[in-house]
Design a protein around this ligand. Structure first.
Ligand code: ZN
Length: 183
């Protein structure tokens, strides 16, 4: 592992508890920000269960999160967006449905716990994409849950702060998530 290898920080790291800073719009396409996005995506891709990641999780206190379209498509048959990764910069949640549901949730920075948390079933978000274009989209299902989880990260909030129930994953579940085999 090189010194620059992106590393996912764990829950006691203060970077996860601060408020992430917005990215200046003119810098979105800079090599510095593009490198951060690339590092986030590679850190996420190394985790078999990594469906999304926020910049503070690799130690960068900026308002950026990324979603794996590939894992999202596999996990949520209602998601029709394909395998392309999604990147959200300076995201703002513009709408949350009144309808809420208890959802199971885990976090790459809270290994190896799982919990049940009450979230809106639909959410809309406004942000910039990695090309600096304004995007606005509504989502249901897993993507709506991800929007809420990731925007929480950018505000220094972890799901364990609001979960109604938290449990430790069993060895079996951890193995399954890690995929510690050669496939
Ligand atoms: Zn998380």
């Amino acid at each position: 592992m090189s010194a620059n290898h992106p590393h996912i920080v764990q829950k006691d790291d203060p970077v996860l508890r601060g408020k992430a800073e917005p990215v200046p719009i003119s810098e979105i396409t800079s090599s510095k920000i593009q490198k951060i996005i690339k590092d986030m995506i590679s850190a996420m891709a190394e985790q078999k269960d990594g469906v999304a990641i926020a910049a503070p999780q690799i130690g960068v206190p900026l308002q950026i999160f990324a979603v794996s379209g590939d894992l999202l498509s596999k996990a949520d048959p209602d998601y029709k967006g394909g395998a392309a990764n999604l990147v959200f910069i300076n995201p703002v949640i513009t709408k949350l449905s009144k309808e809420k549901r208890d959802m199971e949730e885990g976090c790459l920075s809270v290994r190896w716990y799982y919990g049940k948390i009450r979230r809106s079933v639909r959410a809309s978000i406004k942000a910039y994409n990695e090309r600096g274009e304004v995007i606005e989209r509504g989502a249901g299902g897993l993507l709506a849950q991800i929007f809420q989880h990731e925007v929480d990260h950018l505000n220094g909030v972890l799901f364990i702060d609001n979960a109604k129930e938290i449990w430790e994953m069993t060895e079996e579940e951890i193995k399954e998530a890690q995929g510690n085999n050669n496939r």
